[in-house]
Design a protein around this ligand. Structure first.
Ligand code: SF4
Length: 342
C-alpha cells in the first residue's frame, strides 16, 4: 500500500484500510457511538452519505487540498470510514452505489487539481502513483501533458463513445497518447467508482454500534424512497418506445440508437435522469455511472449543455426501431404519439 500523509488520506480516504486506520489512531469503533468528542466525525459521515443520496458531491473543509488544523484532516478521514460503517449497517446497496459514485467524483476533482499543479512535483508524482497503484497505468509527465501508453489508453477508453476519445483524434507520439490532467483523470473515472464500491462491498459488516441506530434507520428510509420507480408502459407510449422498454426489461441488448431514442423520448416527456436510469439496469453492459453520465449529457445538464431531441419517425425507420401501428399515422416524431390523431 502506498505511503500517504494525513492530507493525502483526507483527499483520497479510500486508500486507507478502514479498520487499521482507526486502530492505529486508537479509536475502537464502538467509541464513536457514545464519545461526544468524536461526534463531529460521525455527524460528518452522516452528512457525507446524505449528500451522496441527493446526487451531490460532499464539500470538505479542505482548502486546495490542505487543512489549517490537523483535526480537520482527521475528521475528513474518519467521516469517510464511518460512512462505510453506516452503509454496512444499513445493508442498502443503493447507498453503496450512490456513495461510491459521489466519492469517486470528489477524488477525481483532487486528482485533476494535483496533476495540474505544475510547480508542485510531489503532488503530481503522488497523483501519478495513485493512478498507477490502483489501475496499473504508467503515466509520465511531459511538459503540460501526461503520456500514457497506447495500450493502456485503449483499454481504459473502450466505453467512451465521443469522437474526441477515438485514438485517431488524439495526439500520439512514440506509442504514447498525450492527455491533459482533466482527460487523464477522466480515463479512470469508471474504475475509480468501481474501486471505491468494491472497497465498501469487501468491508466487514460490524455489529450495530449503540448510538448509530437513528442514523442507520434514517438512511434506510432515504434509500427506500430512492428505490427505482419503474416506468409503466401506458397507452400513451408509441410502439417504438414500448418495444425498446420491452427489450431492456428482457435483459437484451438495445442498440445505441435505440437507447438514444428511448432516453430522449422520456426526457421530452418530463422524466428526470434518475427516473429514466433504472430502465437500463437490465442491459447486459449496464454501468450506472456511464448511464447517468450519458443521460445527463442528453438532458443537457452536463457536457456542452446541448439538450438532445427524440429522433424523427423517418430516422427511426431507417434504424429499424419503428414498429408503426395505425395510430402512428400523420405523426412525424414519437413525441406526437397520442396527441395528434386523425
Ligand atoms: S411511426 Fe414513429 S411513433 Fe410510430 S412506431 Fe414508428 S417511430 Fe414510433
Amino acid at each position: 500500500m502506498l505511503e500517504l500523509g494525513a492530507d493525502e488520506y483526507a483527499k483520497y480516504p479510500f486508500m486507507a484500510d478502514a479498520g487499521q486506520y482507526l486502530k492505529d489512531k486508537g479509536f475502537p469503533l464502538v467509541k464513536f457511538g457514545t464519545d461526544p468528542d468524536l461526534k463531529p466525525s460521525v455527524e460528518k459521515a452522516f452528512h457525507r452519505l446524505k449528500v451522496s443520496t441527493e446526487g451531490g458531491i460532499y464539500k470538505s473543509e479542505l482548502i486546495d487540498g490542505q487543512a489549517s488544523k490537523s483535526y480537520v484532516l482527521e475528521i475528513e478521514v474518519f467521516s469517510f470510514l464511518l460512512a462505510i460503517v453506516l452503509i454496512k449497517l444499513t445493508g442498502m446497496h443503493t447507498l453503496t452505489k450512490r456513495f461510491a459514485l459521489a466519492e469517486a467524483r470528489r477524488a477525481e476533482q483532487h486528482l485533476e487539481k494535483d496533476l495540474g499543479k505544475a510547480s508542485e512535483k510531489s503532488k503530481i508524482d503522488l497523483a501519478i502513483k495513485i493512478i498507477h497503484d490502483l489501475f496499473g497505468i504508467e503515466i509520465i509527465k511531459r511538459d503540460d501533458f501526461f503520456e500514457i501508453p497506447v495500450a493502456d489508453y485503449l483499454k481504459h477508453s473502450t466505453s467512451f463513445h465521443e469522437r474526441e476519445w477515438k485514438l485517431i483524434n488524439r495526439y500520439v507520439k512514440d506509442g504514447k497518447v498525450l492527455l491533459t490532467p482533466e482527460k487523464t483523470v477522466r480515463l479512470i473515472r469508471k474504475e475509480l467508482g468501481t474501486y471505491i464500491g468494491s472497497k465498501i462491498n469487501n468491508a466487514p459488516t460490524p455489529p450495530m454500534i449503540p448510538g448509530f441506530e437513528n442514523m442507520v434507520n434514517e438512511l434506510i428510509s432515504i434509500c427506500k424512497k430512492l428505490t427505482p420507480s419503474y416506468t409503466t408502459i401506458t397507452g400513451e407510449y408509441p410502439p417504438c418506445i414500448k418495444h425498446a422498454i420491452e427489450v431492456l426489461e428482457k435483459g437484451e441488448n438495445l442498440p445505441h440508437s435505440g437507447r438514444f431514442m428511448l432516453a430522449t423520448f422520456l426526457l421530452s416527456k418530463g422524466q428526470s435522469v434518475e427516473e429514466i436510469a433504472p430502465l437500463f439496469k437490465n442491459a447486459p453492459d449496464y454501468n450506472q455511472r456511464i448511464t447517468l453520465y450519458q443521460l445527463n449529457h442528453l438532458a443537457g445538464t452536463s457536457g456542452s449543455g446541448t439538450h438532445y431531441s427524440c429522433p424523427s419517425c423517418e430516422k427511426l425507420k431507417t434504424q429499424n426501431l419503428c414498429f408503426a401501428i395505425p395510430e402512428c399515422d400523420n405523426i412525424i416524431n414519437p413525441i406526437q404519439f397520442g396527441k395528434k390523431r386523425i
